[in-house]
Design a protein around this ligand. Structure first.
Ligand SMILES: [Zn+2]
Length: 264
């Protein structure tokens, strides 16, 4: 690897890790979020980044895939550190071992990548579904991390679910507690079924989220709102992909999405 001094400028196709991390931290405004996830650089690897991999989750599989593909940086939505001390044993040790042995940087962006107006999971889905008059929605730890908007023309619940299915490639689970038509939609990727009361209070007729919690099953029917569950994983592929593409635009870094679906 060509050594780079502090004074040398970044050239297209490669960037100093510290510069890239500073750019990401600023672009994603990670300091603005109270999050159980440790957002930012979680594992320090090689000091120069030339190739990026992106995945939703951090696992032995995704880390090994990133290492095998020659990536210098793995960009993830779900990182390794979630607000509690972890002994370096078992699978956690193995994950760290793979990254450190491969000199792989691991950067995690959780809530900041749900919420981001350009590359966020929810903004990306709203654009793909052509929602209009999009506003922030879905309060979490003092920040709105989702979006709400209107479909361009009234759709049946079935048509809306079909559009979501086309977008994610997975069959949706629909709890039709609202009316038969869809006009005003809230989107909250991942595990967002606890947003049902907030969505209903805002007069939204439909909530699109990822994964249902069993305790929220009755809420859809009792609050009178449709809930479309499109998968935790499948609703969170958008952000890391868009962010990696942004790094390509910004720094000329080639990237690859590592698809390891969970089916959840
Ligand atoms: Zn998630």
């Amino acid at each position: 690897m060509r050594p780079m001094s502090d004074a040398s400028p970044n050239t297209p196709g490669e960037v100093r890790r510290d510069d890239l991390v500073a750019w990401l931290n600023d672009y994603l405004q990670i300091g603005e979020f109270r999050d159980v996830s440790l957002n930012g650089l979680q594992i320090e690897g090689t000091p120069v980044i030339r190739r990026v991999a992106a995945s939703v989750d951090t696992s032995v599989k995704t880390l090994q895939h990133a290492a095998d593909s020659g990536a210098d940086l793995l960009l993830v939505h779900h990182g390794l550190f979630w607000g509690k001390p972890l002994p370096v044993t078992g699978p956690h040790r193995e994950r760290l071992r793979i990254a450190i042995q491969a000199d792989l940087n691991l950067y995690a962006a959780h809530l900041p990548l749900d919420a981001h107006a350009d590359v966020g999971n929810n903004a990306m889905m709203a654009r793909a579904l052509s929602l209009q008059n999009v506003t922030p929605f879905g309060e979490f730890a003092g920040k709105k991390i989702g979006v709400a908007g209107e479909v361009p023309f009234e759709l049946s619940l079935q048509d809306f679910a079909d559009r979501v299915q086309k977008l994610t490639g997975e069959i949706c689970l629909v709890h039709g507690g609202g009316g038969p038509t869809v006009q005003r939609v809230g989107i909250c990727s991942g595990e967002g079924s606890d947003r049902i009361p907030e969505a209903a209070a805002l007069g939204l007729d439909t909530l699109l989220t990822g994964e249902p919690a069993h305790k929220h099953f009755n809420d859809a029917f009792e609050y009178g709102i449709n809930v479309v569950y499109a998968g935790h994983y499948e609703t969170e592929v958008f952000g890391v992909r868009a962010l990696a593409a942004k790094l390509e635009d910004q720094f000329g870094l080639p990237w690859q999405f590592l698809h390891h679906p969970t089916g959840l």
